[in-house]
Design a protein around this ligand. Structure first.
Ligand SMILES: Nc1ncnc2c1ncn2[C@@H]1O[C@H](COP(=O)(O)OP(=O)(O)O)[C@@H](O)[C@H]1O
Ligand SMILES: Cc1cn([C@H]2C[C@H](O)[C@@H](COP(=O)(O)O)O2)c(=O)[nH]c1=O
Ligand SMILES: [Zn+2]
Length: 187
């Protein structure tokens, strides 16, 4: 007979897209819906993301939700308790590759894991562990912004200042949303 008592019901949802495409807004929307359902949510973000606030996750439109800043994905385990149902992670592209196995493990243990992050860096290259997370996720939402040059849907992020390193925390001071036709990689 099927033992439904021990049945695990975890899964992974990925929210990806360019900067300004609404990833954080969508993450906050899902967090708020879970709260209406009285499901305990833990929200994590990398310490490096201090752009708008050290603790909250904050969208470009100023929507915000409290979060726990962590340096490495393994720290998530120390915050778990029996009431937690959902683990939400923003700016996932910044975390080290252990994030992939940890998200898988958390989903295997029965948690709903929601991960938001940039799928491409400013060069249009896959960013961090996002490709692997998309490969193992049950659900993927890919958002598009609006290209600030031509007004078409934008799936790329233009870096507007000359800095070569892949990781450069910023907002409109250093980035804008562009479509593939208007995106260019500066030398
Ligand atoms: N070019 C743009 N296209 C779409 N939205 C933009 C653009 N520039 C600024 N925004 C704002 O950014 C918001 C999305 O912010 P956010 O959820 O933080 O996006 P992301 O997390 O994907 O960077 C939009 O609702 C809008 O208010
Ligand atoms: C394209 C690109 C972005 N970043 C940084 C810039 C921001 O701090 C975050 C993305 O935030 P958002 O919530 O998606 O707006 O990532 C980077 O470090 N390198 C890049 O190539
Ligand atoms: Zn364009």
């Amino acid at each position: 007979m099927l033992n439904i008592v021990n049945q695990k019901t975890g899964w992974i949802e990925v929210i990806c897209g360019s900067m300004f495409s609404g990833k954080t807004e969508e993450l906050i929307r899902r967090i708020r819906r879970a709260e209406y359902a009285k499901q305990k949510v833990l929200v994590f973000k990398p310490v490096i993301d201090n752009r708008y606030d050290a603790n909250n996750i904050v969208s470009h439109s100023q929507m915000q939700a409290p979060s726990i800043p962590i340096n490495a994905p393994g720290e998530i385990y120390s915050y778990l308790d029996d009431d937690v149902k959902i683990i939400a992670i923003d700016e996932a592209q910044f975390f080290d590759p252990s994030l992939v196995g940890i998200c898988n493990d958390l989903a295997d243990r029965g948690y709903r894991v929601i991960v938001a992050g940039l799928d491409q860096d400013y060069k249009g290259e896959p960013f961090g562990s996002m490709p692997q997370l998309m490969a193992i996720a049950e659900y993927i939402t890919k958002n598009l912004a609006i290209c600030v040059v031509c007004g078409n849907p934008a799936n790329r992020t233009q870096r507007t200042i000359h800095k070569d390193e892949q990781i450069l925390v910023g907002s409109t001071d250093a980035y804008e949303a562009r479509c593939r036709n208007c995106h260019e990689v500066l030398d």
